[in-house]
Design a protein around this ligand. Structure first.
Ligand code: UTP
Length: 300
């Protein structure tokens, strides 16, 4: 059944996690500020929200929030120096992040989990569907996912999550979905979700990745969600309740994403993202590819 829904306008970006996998780099710097080539990871995420038409961005920040806020604010002193030098290219790049979107911030006092971070957005979001983009998860701009999710949510109502087919040996690292096909090739209906299932017990190899379009009913469900895996309030647990009881905000669908995605919260995946994106850059790519080729050859 098709349930028309209001178009989404707001994006919520949780960026308050401790980033323990990246210590000590993340001792005084949020992991979302780590550079991917020459832009912090979080800027790619805000750019993605804006290209899907979401200009109202709420960032959920924690300790060390200063760097995140400063990055999306003007830096008049730096701009003045670059202007005086006539360095218009760098000036434009410095201005880019402050001109991107209307930024809002809310503080998550304690990092009690992703579900709790999303709940911190309730006051700003109100009673309308909204997008959630994890601040450490990059989706290649050439493979637009969020706009597709928003379209599906507008057609079918309820909530939409993003899924990727993964190696079954990796399912214990992700939220995993039990799902059935729909009439759309890339879309499934979610029947159940499990956060980081024990090895061998995952319902499928469909893993939840960091993009969501959520019905606002999620806030009431989150308020009643007890801490789960790792003692954290898990968004997956709230979505599991919504998927198994459609009276809680409608159905939950999943888009099976087959494009390029980089998990910058994981050290190996972060390094791969930096190398891959740098190799594809006109200014850096040719030299870096040659060097990589020689480096790998010399190591044999
Ligand atoms: P992760 O589970 O990857 O974040 O959360 P983490 O806890 O920072 O990482 P590690 O495992 O200790 O290295 C996914 C996203 O949710 C945010 C994180 O900032 C990240 O963007 N998050 C997580 C919050 O905003 N608040 C939380 O309490 C937990």
């Amino acid at each position: 059944m098709s349930v028309p829904s209001r178009p989404i306008t707001k994006a919520v970006i949780p960026a308050a996690g401790l980033g323990t996998r990246f210590l000590p780099a993340t001792k005084a710097t949020p992991k979302e500020m780590l550079p991917v080539v020459d832009k912090p990871a979080i800027q790619y995420v805000v750019e993605e929200a804006v290209s899907a038409g979401l200009h109202d961005v709420l960032m959920v920040t924690g300790r060390n929030k200063r760097a995140l806020e400063d990055h999306f604010d003007r830096n008049h002193e730096l701009e003045q120096v670059l202007r005086a030098k006539g360095d218009h290219d760098r000036l434009a790049r410095v201005r880019e992040s402050s001109d991107l979107a209307t930024m809002h911030y809310v503080r998550q006092g304690d990092p009690l989990g992703l579900g709790h971070a999303v709940l911190c957005a309730a006051g700003h979001v109100g009673d309308e569907p909204f997008a959630v983009l994890l601040g450490d998860d990059l989706v290649d701009p050439r493979d637009p996912l969020l706009a597709r999710m928003a379209r599906l949510q507008a057609e079918r109502g309820g909530s939409v999550i993003a899924l990727m087919e993964i190696d079954p040996a990796q399912t214990h690292l992700y939220g995993c979905a039990a799902a059935v096909p729909t009439t759309d090739d890339d879309t499934v209906r979610i029947l159940d979700l499990v956060e980081k299932p024990e090895p061998g017990s995952a319902p499928s190899n469909l893993a939840v990745i960091g993009r969501y379009v959520l019905d606002p009913a999620v806030f009431e469900v989150l308020k009643k969600t007890e801490p789960g895996r790792g003692g954290e309030i898990q968004l997956t647990d709230a979505l599991q309740r919504m998927a198994t009881d459609p009276s809680l905000g409608g159905p939950v669908h999943g888009i099976v994403f087959r494009g390029r995605r980089y998990d910058t919260g994981d050290r190996a995946a972060y390094l791969q993202a930096v190398i891959r994106l740098a190799c594809e850059r006109e200014d850096l790519g040719p030299g870096l590819r040659r060097w990589l080729h020689d480096f790998v050859a010399a190591d044999r």
